[in-house]
Write a protein of this length. Structure first.
Lengths: 518, 371
């Protein structure tokens, strides 16, 4: 027991250079891995920058909602104090809204937030468009006049820069300071003017009045003290009434509620819309029945993709079997027939199906001529689900045949012969010996066809009619027509999620290792 | 004769002015975006080819992307790289682009040429200036074509919008556009709503239900199209007997392809098409575009465009100058949607209203369709 270490070394195995073998191996492997990584790095970076990042950025829009908070910061802040949501909020919120809208209109951002909120409540778009012109004509000039009548120095830009340079005064007059900064920013950035040469806008005096009338002024500045003493006697207006004069809808609590509900920087609103729900004052509720469409469309997209996949298997399997088992010369010609439509433009093939399938089309004409169908009851084969399924099955068929064919080619014919020589019938030999070996090809074809079908757009748009359109048609509509990119992103995210889940289920049931493309 | 001289003088003056402006601070190429097809050909012939003759060395690139212009402009704006100089869009899209801050607001009297008699542009275009960003070009309409050889109609021809919804007297398949705009208004008008009240009624839940109830009556015998070329093809094949599309498409089907189809102008929906200038162009390109747009929207140029396509010019002063089709040699005036004989009952759809209600109405319409 004393000295057996020499025979059976308990320490780690050492490499020739005296390091432990494991570490030495790891080092060599790591170098190899880094080299491999560097080799694929250009491609990886390329895909990351041109593919993954843009998609991630696009999908991120499904929750992004900074626009309301950024365009209407004062309004949103004032709404924190809004208690009774059954009634329109008080003066403070509208005071904030006035200045926010004024600023947004100068930077031409008010209509943007209007279109954003119009997705949630019809009519907001034109309210905001109107208000962009309207807020400039509010009667807030009475404050300007009263302050400048009190002391002409109030009209001077120099007076203001003096006051606003003093941090104690800024702290005492928070609204005024913010409004003044906003005005300077508008003058310089939006209008390209020199603030020193421009008249200070009414809303700055309006804020000054609110500050002084609200909390007074106890500092040592004589000009301000005089103004603070005088504001008690000033004529005043209600900014809420000004909004009411502009359009009485501004006092609609529902409108203000919509602004409030959609004020957070991130919102589940788009995702809720995408599953026929909505975010409203009472929390999350279902959309009214006559506006529910997305769940139906998701269901239809999945169902029809499955049907298309199924018909591709049924049609593709015998063809692939023929291709793999006929002599090379014949199978090559057949192969060209399979590939020919593959090389033809998608639009051309879809339009060809229109001509074939329509009621006055070739197929119906033949059926009528043969006498299978009466002339006045021609079959409706297009502009419905049937049309989409027929056209898409044809278009996606090569994606089923090609993987099937390449898998079938690798199945040695001797297996079937062996089965037959052992007494199996043709059917048993096919079903028990041949078919199980072709399953990896079916798996690969199904995944390809299904995933391509689920995102298909052009064909359903052209031949889908009422009942044969897919969710992708709505996504395209929201991207290119309604500009509701948030909703489009939410619909796209859901579609992506569904595909990934189905892929995962497929992996659990069939096993992704069992898929072969050749 | 006098008018002609006056015209020549003005266009001479315009030409001289633009040459005098020349060309140092202007970009040497511009990208124009339009819809392709016969419409774009008319624009090339009437606007850009003569302009290029006046400005040697100017390169004009045409892009056929107007259908997705709104989305593309937003993407360009976000990327900070505007590659388009002038974009042809429908009025509703122009409003949307203006709202989004993607199109430039212009002063119409300053940017556009006055009429030959000196009427300022804003008066010459009148109500067609529907947005501060929009430079109107043409009036087109969405209207109906019907086959003239339908036996089941017993020799009757439709002349009223409500015939579209009358399956008893005018049996057969119809084709309508797969969107609510136009269809909802027609349905309500045929449910006894006065044309002036259509939008007020459509704002109520009850009104929407009424419109859908009317559409329900023909839903099963209707093909819903999404591309303007669909209805002409369906009519030519006899797949439908009655269908809506843009009047220029029907003109080409009837006059150029001689199909047994006729127009029904009743209750045609006017729509406008025009230019917008993208926001944020660099100075030299903007100068070039402003120079081009002034030329391309003057009275004579707008009248010229009507030589190649049956869309009406938006300037009041252009209407008397519309002549004969460049190839067919037929008078174009009777084929214009604005011709008094065709325009006995029309409406210009309410852009403001649709800007507000489009999203909501579209959701309902699609939900109704997919039932």
């Amino acid at each position: 027991m004393t000295d057996n270490t020499a025979d059976t070394p308990a320490g780690p195995v050492l490499a020739a250079d005296g390091r432990p073998l494991k570490a030495s191996l790891n080092r060599a492997l790591r170098a190899q891995k880094i080299r491999a990584l560097l080799l694929i790095a250009p491609l990886l970076l390329f895909i990351l920058i041109t593919f993954i990042l843009p998609i991630a950025d696009m999908l991120f829009r499904s929750v992004e909602n900074q626009i309301v908070r950024e365009t209407l910061p004062r309004t949103v802040a004032a709404m924190e104090e809004w208690e009774n949501h059954d009634e329109a909020p008080g003066e403070d919120v509208y005071a904030g809204l006035y200045i926010d809208l004024f600023e947004a209109a100068e930077f031409r951002r008010h209509t943007r937030v209007g279109s954003r909120l119009n997705y949630e409540m019809t009519g907001i778009s034109s309210l905001f468009r109107q208000a962009g012109r309207g807020v400039g004509r509010f009667d807030t000039d009475i404050y300007t006049d009263q302050f400048t009548d009190l002391d002409a120095a109030w009209a001077d830009y120099a007076t203001w820069t003096g006051l606003m340079g003093d941090s104690a005064i800024r702290a005492a007059l928070p609204e005024t300071a913010a409004s003044f900064d906003t005005w300077v920013r508008i003058t310089i950035e939006a209008n390209d003017d020199d603030p020193a040469e421009e008249n200070i806008e009414d809303f700055v005096y309006f804020s000054l009045y609110r500050d002084l009338a609200g909390s007074g002024y106890s500092g040592s500045n004589a000009l301000l003290s005089a103004a603070a003493d005088a504001v008690g006697g000033f004529d005043s207006i209600s900014i809420r009434d000004q909004f009411e004069d502009l359009d009485e809808d501004w006092l609609n609590p529902e409108l203000m509620e919509t602004i409030w509900v959609y004020s957070p920087s991130y919102t589940p609103g788009y995702f809720l819309t995408a599953i026929d729900m909505q975010l409203s004052a009472d929390g999350i509720t279902a959309q009214p029945e006559d506006r529910q469409i997305y769940v139906t469309l998701f269901g239809r997209t999945l169902f029809m993709s499955l049907v298309i996949m199924g018909s591709c298997v049924l049609l593709g399997y015998p063809i692939a079997f023929l291709l793999a088992n006929l002599p090379m010369r014949v199978s090559n010609i057949l192969m060209i027939l399979v590939l020919l439509p593959f090389w033809t433009s998608l639009l051309v093939r879809t339009s060809a199906w229109k001509v074939l399938l329509q009621q006055q089309g070739v197929i119906n004409d033949i059926l009528v001529w043969v006498g299978l169908v009466a002339d006045d009851s021609r079959l409706q084969l297009i502009n419905n689900q049937t049309g989409t399924i027929i056209a898409m099955t044809h278009i996606l068929l090569p994606f089923m045949i090609l993987p099937l064919y390449s898998v079938m080619q690798t199945i040695p014919p001797s297996y079937v012969r062996a089965a037959k020589s052992l007494g199996a019938t043709d059917w048993t030999a096919f079903w028990r010996v041949y078919f199980p070996q072709s399953i990896p090809g079916i798996g690969a074809g199904c995944i390809l066809v299904f995933i391509l079908a689920i995102g298909y757009y052009i064909t359903p748009e052209l031949v889908g009619g009422r009942t044969g359109t897919f969710i992708s048609n709505r996504i395209a509509y929201h991207i290119s027509s309604s500009l509701n990119w948030g909703l489009a992103a939410a619909l796209g995210s859901i579609l992506l999620g569904v595909v990934l889940i189905l892929y995962w289920i497929y992996d659990r049931i069939v096993g992704i290792d069992n898929v072969k493309l050749g | 004769m006098k008018l002609k001289t006056a015209l020549m003088l003005t266009s001479g003056a315009v030409m001289a002015a633009s040459v005098a402006h020349a060309d140092g601070h202007m970009a040497n190429s511009m990208t124009l975006v339009s819809w392709g097809g016969a419409y774009q050909v008319s624009q090339v012939n009437a606007y850009s080819a003569p302009y290029q003759e006046m400005h040697e060395g100017l390169e004009v690139v045409w892009d056929e992307s107007s259908a997705e212009a709104v989305a593309r402009l937003r993407a360009m704006n976000e990327a900070g790289n505007i590659t388009w100089d002038l974009v042809d869009v429908v009025a509703a899209d122009a409003m949307r682009l203006c709202d989004e801050g993607l199109a430039m607001e212009i002063d119409h009297d300053e940017v556009l040429a006055p009429a030959p008699d000196g009427t300022p542009a804003s008066e010459d275009f009148g109500d067609f200036i529907v947005s501060d960003c929009f430079i109107p070009q043409i009036v087109y309409s969405t209207t109906f074509g019907y086959r003239t050889d339908v036996e089941a109609w017993g020799g009757n021809t439709p002349d009223d919008i409500c015939d579209v919804f009358d399956l008893e007297n005018f049996p057969g398949q119809r084709s309508l556009e797969r969107r609510p705009i136009g269809n909802m208004e027609w349905a309500l008008m045929c449910d006894g709503v006065d044309q002036a009240d259509v939008y007020d009624v459509l704002e109520t839940e009850e009104g929407i239900a009424r419109a859908f109830a009317v559409l329900d009556t023909i839903a099963d015998s209707t093909v819903w199209w999404s591309a303007g070329a669909d209805t002409p093809q369906l009519l030519a094949d006899g797949e439908v007997v009655f269908g809506s599309t843009y009047n220029g498409r029907l003109f080409s089907l009837i006059e150029e392809q001689n199909q047994p189809v006729a127009m029904m102008w009743d209750a045609q929906v006017f729509d406008l098409d025009g230019w917008i200038i993208p926001e944020g162009l660099p100075e030299d390109r903007l100068a070039r575009v402003l120079d081009f747009v002034r030329f391309a929207t003057d009275t004579q140029r707008l009248a010229d465009q009507a030589l190649w396509i049956s869309y009406g010019p938006t300037r009041a002063s252009s209407a008397p100058l519309v002549g004969q089709h460049a190839d067919l040699g037929i008078d174009m005036a009777p084929h214009m949607p604005t011709d008094p004989a065709n325009a006995t009952r029309t409406f210009l759809f309410n852009y403001e209203w649709w800007a507000d209600y489009r999203d909501d109405m579209d959701a309902r319409f699609q939900a109704w369709l997919s039932q």
